[in-house]
Write a protein that binds this ligand. Sequence first.
Ligand code: FES
Length: 111
Amino acid sequence: MKDILIRFIQDNKKWDAYGKVGRVLMGLANEKGEVFGYCGGQLACTTCRVYIHKKYEALLEPPSEIELDTLCELPNNMKFPERDYVKRMSCQLKCEPKLHGLTVHIPSTIC
Ligand code: FES
């Protein structure tokens, strides 16, 4: 099967990455960006958060209860207003064929 294209944007930097189906987006993003992910995908740190335009929201697997709880603790990011973007933990998102071409915004800081 063809690798899945994910487009990442962080500050003024844009790059394309290709991942096998099932690959976690956090690892893919960390190849060239700085998503961090201090807890290694345990939903304990929020440093892997990313923002995805709402037009793609229906393509995303819904967050688990634990991810939702974690997301609720995050302050709003003025650069990615909630009316236009959904925030997700990139350690919980996996490459899937329906996400081919997805654009993922990585915040410039984890604070
Ligand atoms: S890596 Fe810590 S919440 Fe995703």
